[in-house]
Design a protein around this ligand. Structure first.
Ligand code: ADP
Ligand code: MG
Length: 207
């Protein structure tokens, strides 16, 4: 049975930051094609700040840790994605109030709250070529199971990320391009894929 504690979430953020730093230029190039070219810079700055913040603090429960992650992303990422990721982690923190670890049903609940927060904030639905496509597809998959399957979770996130390529953007800057956005991956879906493949790695290593 999946169980995530403070150390797992610290590890998750370390791994996510590594992937984002390694792919900063790639994320930026994706955003240059259908946006304003700042997504890699935004995410790399924000996650580096997250690591700085959380490695300098002590946490006795996951919700305080997730809250610091959220506040750092909100204040340091910028763009459309900063408030969206910030809201997602804030909702997770609230859903896990005072928990010192997270079991599978709690994780699914936290993901559900996070997705709702993203959708409330960005007004996007699945299929509109935003990071909602990755988050909602993952949530649907999580609800079909009663425990975390890290291989399936990673594959689902990857397929959802790749599926944004053929979609026409309806929200965010890419929507200004209308049908010219087709044929390009959504940058936020790619960064969400990095975040979730990192989580998959953490769980894989912990069992
Ligand atoms: P900006 O678009 O302000 O430059 P970023 O480049 O950092 O911000 O982030 C762009 C990403 O944010 C997009 O690829 C998309 O996944 C996500 N995004 C943008 N607008 C929305 C929205 N309304 N709802 C959900 N996600 C969105
Ligand atoms: Mg941008």
């Amino acid at each position: 049975m999946m169980k995530l504690d403070v150390a797992h979430i610290l590890d998750w953020m370390e791994k996510a930051n590594d992937k984002i730093q390694q792919n900063k230029t790639y994320l930026t190039s994706l955003d240059q094609a259908i946006g304003d070219g700042d997504h890699g810079i935004n995410m790399a700055r924000g996650f580096q700040e997250v690591i700085g913040k959380i490695s300098a603090s002590d946490y006795s429960n996951v919700s305080d840790l997730l809250k610091d992650i959220s506040m750092t992303l909100l204040s340091k990422v910028g763009g459309a994605s900063g408030p969206l990721y910030g809201t997602a982690f804030l909702k997770m923190s609230m859903a896990l109030k005072d928990s010192d670890s997270v079991d599978y049903p709690q994780f699914v609940h936290a993901m559900e709250e996070a997705l709702q927060g993203i959708k409330q904030r960005g007004k996007a639905e699945k299929g509109e070529k935003t990071l909602v496509d990755v988050w909602e597809t993952l949530l649907e998959q999580l609800k079909e199971q009663d425990d975390f399957d890290s291989v399936r979770f990673e594959e689902t996130a990857k397929l959802a990320m790749e599926s944004t390529k053929e979609l026409e953007a309806k929200k965010g800057r890419a929507a200004y391009l209308r049908e010219r956005s087709i044929g390009h991956l959504d940058p936020g879906s790619v960064s969400s894929y990095y975040i979730f493949s990192s989580l998959s790695d953490v769980v894989k290593e912990s069992v």
